[in-house]
Design a protein around this ligand. Structure first.
Ligand code: MG
Ligand code: MG
Length: 256
């Protein structure tokens, strides 16, 4: 069942979206070689609580952190750990909040120092594909229009799309219907209506599309060990143009 949101509910989701956006920027300011993903997780938890919200992921189905910290070949759902980031790594930081009964959800993949040109291209392509997907998130379109836009762009550059994990609706639950795949066919899938709020989150591999689940039951790795990037925004479906609730402006303009 798809739960359409009222404007009041969208306002609460917008508040959460602002908080996750600011938290990602706070984490980003601390990313440098030598810091551990656990130290970054502590920074995020303190920051979210300072905003008056709660971490959305901590304890969710037993997840042990405030952030999913997914380094290099980890696609998503990596645990914060004692791993020290090093020059040339990439780290997907996925952040959730809960505030006044609603969830925020956004992710950004940061380079650690300077990364190889092909890895930088992977980051740029994944982020751009998210924007192409968002352009399709308008009332009357279908989830397949989003998926096709993401997939065709990324594959044209020789990258591949993870199939096992998809975007989702968001609201009082972090994962609501519909599923929002990052692959698909134009005109297929679930029809989009005004009042749907969805998370679009391309997970794009530099190598092959196949993935496997870590022994810890959470982290998803690329089967070939090649790096994977992940960007996620929360958007409200509108007529004509989606309303993007989260933003990367705090990260990319390096301001509060
Ligand atoms: Mg997320
Ligand atoms: Mg999500």
């Amino acid at each position: 069942m798809i739960r359409l949101k009222s404007e009041e509910e969208i306002a609460l989701l917008r508040e959460n979206a602002l908080m996750v956006s600011k938290t990602l920027a706070e984490v980003g300011r601390h990313i440098e070689p030598g810091i551990t993903t656990k130290e970054l997780d502590v920074i995020a938890e303190k920051y979210i609580r300072s905003l008056g919200a709660e971490p959305g992921f901590l304890g969710y189905e037993g997840f042990p952190g405030t952030l999913c910290m997914s380094v290099n070949d980890v696609v998503v759902h990596g645990f914060p750990s004692g791993y020290k980031l090093k020059e040339g790594d990439i780290v997907s930081v996925d952040c959730g909040t809960i505030y006044r009964g609603y969830y925020g959800d956004s992710a950004y993949t940061f380079p650690v120092g300077k990364v190889s040109p092909r890895v930088q291209q992977l980051l740029d392509a994944t982020k751009h594909s998210l924007e192409l997907g968002i352009e399709q998130a308008v009332a009357g379109n279908r989830t397949g229009d989003i998926g096709e836009a993401v997939q065709s762009y990324c594959e044209s550059l020789g990258f591949s799309i993870v199939r096992e994990l998809v975007g989702h609706g968001v609201g009082r639950d972090m994962h609501e219907s519909p599923e929002v795949p990052n692959y698909g066919r134009r005109g297929h899938g679930v029809k989009l209506h005004e009042g749907m709020v969805i998370c679009i989150e391309p997970m794009v591999n530099a190598g092959r599309k196949e993935v496997y689940l870590d022994d810890n039951g959470w982290a998803v790795h690329t089967a070939d060990g090649a790096p994977s990037a992940h960007f996620e925004k929360t958007v409200a479906v509108r007529h004509g143009k989606a309303e993007v609730l989260t933003t990367y402006e705090f990260i990319e303009n390096n301001n509060r």
